[in-house]
Design a protein around this ligand. Structure first.
Ligand SMILES: Nc1nc2c(ncn2[C@@H]2O[C@H](COP(=O)(O)OP(=O)(O)O)[C@@H](O)[C@H]2O)c(=O)[nH]1
Ligand SMILES: [Mg+2]
Ligand SMILES: [Zn+2]
Length: 319
């Protein structure tokens, strides 16, 4: 008998699948199945075969464990390039690491201080989400540390582009209810740099979750990859949250130079006015995006983020 469920946690080769009956069954992936999947994706080499958020079908092999037989096609997924860590990358090649599949809502979490607000990371995550058609919201946490309200500048900037921005303090219980209103009947992912307070926010939202707080690194001291992956929880009927392990860097995966501008929302109304169809808004003559930057219609910070990501794409000649 085939049972349907959803992968909520992966530990090494164990895939924990949540069934309709709300039980978690430990499963393994059928070996043959892995091969089929990697063949299908002939061009893109995928690092993960099955990921948190995937809908799967499995067969019980004994009372307590199952074998995953199929993975349903993904509606969407969030990913990045695998980090530059020895052991993960083969010959300098960087694969795609999927953070979560079948996502409805992304909360990009950052902090005012400790660590300092980093708009480059926020913009990189925005690009990863936009390129996957996933809606993003920004959460700027630790506002208790922002004594001179310096973060308002960034809040205004992102709101002007069209993103919702939540200012929160997990330790001070501020701004948390506003986030909670957005969650029902969705799969909500919380993603951002290490130490910004993702797990803390989730613990305040749902105290029974008990996520580990203060785990700065997802890698052991030897630089080996430990099996820390995303964790999905059903917090209310049909409402899910996904906590993600801390990241130190994020390079969006599989984005072409000529497409990057499309993932910067506020560039859209200018892009069609660029003189060249293939304009990358770098130094081409008649570039409407650069003109808009000069007129302060596009913020210089966002444009610099764009150039910063464009430069990393140039480095990649693998695809
Ligand atoms: N001052 C302050 N510290 C916070 C806040 N939220 C979390 N922290 C602290 O920041 C550190 C990292 O939090 P954690 O939730 O583990 O971050 P994560 O890596 O993003 O999951 C912990 O020491 C938390 O106590 C906040 O709103 N204000
Ligand atoms: Mg955490
Ligand atoms: Zn242009």
């Amino acid at each position: 008998m085939k049972i349907e469920g959803r992968i909520v946690r992966i530990e090494s080769k164990d895939y924990y699948v949540l069934t309709r009956e709300k039980t978690e069954i430990r499963c393994v992936l059928r070996g043959k199945f892995k091969k089929q999947l990697s063949l299908k994706k002939n061009k893109l080499i995928t690092y993960d075969f099955a990921v948190v958020g995937d809908f799967v079908e499995f067969r019980l092999s004994d009372e307590n464990t199952g074998i995953i037989e199929s993975i349903k096609e993904r509606k969407n997924y969030l990913s990045r390039k695998t980090p530059r860590i020895k052991g993960i990358t083969v010959k300098g090649q960087r694969y795609e690491q999927i953070i979560a599949a079948n996502v409805d809502n992304l909360f990009i979490v950052s902090s005012v201080k400790e660590p300092k607000f980093n708009n480059r990371i926020v913009d990189r995550i925005i690009v990863a989400a936009e390129s996957s058609g996933i809606e993003s919201n920004l959460v700027i946490n630790k506002i208790d540390l922002d004594l001179d309200n310096s973060i308002l500048k960034w809040k205004n900037m992102y709101e002007n582009i069209g993103y919702r921005v939540f200012l929160t303090s997990a330790t001070g219980m501020k701004g948390i209810n506003e986030i909670k209103k957005e969650l029902p009947n969705k799969v909500n992912v919380f993603w951002g740099a290490s130490g910004v307070g993702k797990s803390s926010i989730l613990n305040v939202l749902y105290p029974h979750l008990n996520f580990k707080v203060g785990e700065v690194s997802s890698y052991s001291q030897k630089g080996k990859h430990t099996t820390v992956t995303s964790i999905m929880k059903e917090v209310e009927e049909n409402t899910f949250i996904i906590d993600t392990p801390g990241i130190r860097e994020i390079d969006p995966y599989g984005i072409k130079r000529e497409d990057l501008g499309h993932y910067f929302k506020e560039f859209q109304k200018y892009i069609h006015s660029c003189k060249f169809n293939s304009c990358t808004h770098l130094h081409e003559p008649g570039c409407a995006v650069i003109e808009a930057v000069d007129k302060n219609e596009i913020s210089i910070e966002r444009y610099e983020s764009y150039l910063n990501i464009l430069a990393t794409i140039e480095d990649e000649t693998k695809y």
